[in-house]
Ligand binder design. Structure first.
Ligand code: ARG
Length: 267
């Protein structure tokens, strides 16, 4: 079973509305830089051995590049996004089509807001489900019903700068998670420290640089260039680090993980 990823080319990426505290439509996006940075990430994924799939970008849907939000899937079953903000709601139909064309069983949350892998992580046999700003709490039940064979842990997000779980929670493997404690309520912080042998709370500087919005493959961590402290931390914890430039996507409140949907394809 190869490890596959879904990316969306950046042809229409820009910041023209504000749906999170990082976005400011008056700050210009360098579209050539965005193109270069996305290509760099794409090439890193190829180099480390991912099978990279692409979904066609759609004019008028500038945040579609953040494929993490499109759905969450295990094997060929996918829960598709129902976006909180109208500006992104148009993306759902394209993800449904992409999934159907590949014979995924598509579960539609309908009236429940849900933003895919941005708020959902599978770690070993456990699904961690973030809720609060984008995904509704009701999603926790939907996940249990959809994937009854998995354990479920709900995590409540309380700081709107960390509006998706993947901005403040970076599970490297079943034993190690880097997280930003202040982004969670007390019960969720406890749940995290209980679930992992090593739960490492990072500094404000690392979290605000989107260091936790990262990817892992085997013993390699792919993260953005901003926080040297995080890069050094991960190295001293025994991992290799590959860095990607993400300045243009940070202006939209996104980085490495947001641009990436991890899928498992059966072949
Ligand atoms: N501008 C996008 C939004 O606010 C960024 C999405 C980032 N995605 C993520 N998985 N954190 O919706």
């Amino acid at each position: 079973m190869p490890r596959s990823l879904l990316l969306c080319p950046v042809d229409y990426f820009t910041v023209v509305y504000k749906i999170n505290p990082w976005m400011d439509p008056s700050i210009p996006i360098g579209s050539q830089d965005a193109q270069k940075q996305w290509q760099e990430l794409h090439d890193i994924y190829k180099d480390v051995g991912f099978d990279v799939h692409l979904i066609r970008p759609v004019e008028g849907l500038p945040d579609m590049v953040f494929t993490a939000n499109g759905f969450f899937s295990i094997d060929n079953k996918a829960v598709v996004a129902r976006y909180r903000y109208p500006q992104r709601q148009g993306e759902t139909e394209y993800y449904i089509q992409w999934l159907k064309d590949r014979n995924f069983k598509v579960i539609d949350p309908g009236q429940i807001y849900y933003e895919g892998e941005g708020d959902t992580f599978l770690v070993g046999n456990t699904i961690f489900q973030g809720w609060g700003f984008r995904s509704d709490k009701k999603v926790v039940e939907l996940m249990k019903k959809t994937f009854p064979e998995k354990n479920g842990i709900a995590l409540h997000l309380i700081d709107d700068r960390f509006y998706h779980l993947d901005t403040c929670f970076f599970p490297v493997n079943e034993e190690l998670v880097y997280y930003y404690d202040k982004a969670f309520d007390t019960a969720s912080q406890k749940a995290i420290t209980k679930a992992f042998k090593h739960a490492v709370a990072v500094s404000d500087e690392e979290a605000l640089g989107f260091a936790l919005n990262s990817m892992t493959v085997d013993h390699t961590v792919i993260t953005n260039t901003k926080s040297k402290k995080f890069v050094n931390r991960v190295k001293s914890d025994g991992y290799q680090v590959v860095t990607a430039h993400m300045t243009e996507f940070l202006k939209s409140g996104g980085s490495v993980k947001c641009l990436t949907n991890e899928i498992w394809t059966k072949d």
